[in-house]
Design a binder for this molecule. Structure first.
Ligand code: PEP
Ligand code: MN
Length: 286
């Protein structure tokens, strides 16, 4: 790592992994799974996804309202009207909710409805956004940029810690390499490295890192074996109708099988799935 000043993210000898609360569940201890659709589409879709996540033993619900799409001609997400749908589905299933923020101007609405603020790969080095998120009392899920080195990723996290927010969870979501066979290349060695050197928890996203539903479960199992603190997985009630990232979305039954397989890998490596601790029926814990 380059000499670029103090490193708050680094693990000192004897440090345990920093714990970050997503609702009632702690990330950085037992294994935590965040799952849900790529994009919020309508209340029924997100409700069905939330039910699938809850029934399979997932810990938090994800869903994007503000979608950073490569082309301006594809579905851009519902925007702000999507956020209450996500919050409502989370409330019904008593799951905390995770959603992406693309710009600091979205903070008031995102803070109203969302428990965990996701910074997407394309915004990992949006320093004005990072500085704004450093000032809020809400956990941040920081995805690795697909063209970013591990050091750049850790320095992005450093912006949050240095600015006053240490509720940071990293997420490896695949990087761009010479090989274009798959959507991205999952850097699992990078995850094992970060687990050894950094005190922040690390999730793995087997969905964007492969782009193919059939590869999501194998990479989820590998991530658990590699020591990741959890997963971020795309699940859709009907992937064939998804408005965004359908080819990589798991059906509810496939997600259920993933959860069982991951539990077995965790048991084989002396770890376990975190207990599901539903939010209170009325109100939240944020
Ligand atoms: C997402 O999680 O839906 C997403 C847009 O991911 P990424 O920022 O990693 O591409
Ligand atoms: Mn997606």
């Amino acid at each position: 790592m380059g000499a670029t000043g103090p490193r708050r993210v680094l693990r000192e000898p004897g440090d345990v992994t920093h714990r970050v609360r997503f609702g009632n569940v702690e990330v950085g201890g037992d294994f935590v799974v965040v799952a849900g659709p790529c994009a919020l589409e309508n209340q029924e879709q997100v409700d069905r996804a939330a039910q699938a996540v809850r029934m399979a033993g997932g810990h938090a619900l994800r869903g994007g309202a503000f979608k950073p799409r490569t082309s301006p001609y594809t579905f851009q997400g519902l925007g702000e009207p999507g956020l209450p749908m996500l919050a409502e589905a989370g409330r019904k299933q008593r799951l905390p909710v995770v959603s992406e923020i693309m710009d600091a101007t979205q903070l008031p609405s995102v803070l109203e409805y969302v428990d965990v603020l996701q910074v997407g790969a394309r915004n990992m080095q949006n320093f004005s956004l990072l500085r704004a998120l450093a000032k809020v009392d809400r956990p941040v899920l920081l995805k690795r940029g697909f063209g970013s080195t591990i050091d750049e990723w850790l320095l992005a996290a450093e912006y949050l810690l240095e600015g006053g927010n240490d509720q940071v969870v990293l997420c490896e979501r695949g990087i761009r390499t010479f090989d274009t066979t798959l959507r991205n290349t999952l850097d699992l060695a990078g995850v094992a490295y970060v687990k050894q050197r950094v005190k922040l928890p690390v999730l793995v996203d087997p969905s964007h890192s492969t782009g193919v539903a059939a590869l999501v479960t194998p990479m989820a199992l590998a991530a658990a074996a590699a020591g990741a603190d959890g997963l971020l997985v795309e699940v859709h009630p009907t992937p064939e109708t998804a408005l965004c990232d359908g080819p990589q979305a798991l059906r509810p039954s496939e997600f259920d099988a993933l959860m069982k397989g991951v539990s077995a890998v965790l048991a084989a490596t002396g770890r376990r799935m975190a207990e599901v601790r539903p939010l209170a029926a009325v109100g939240g814990t944020r």
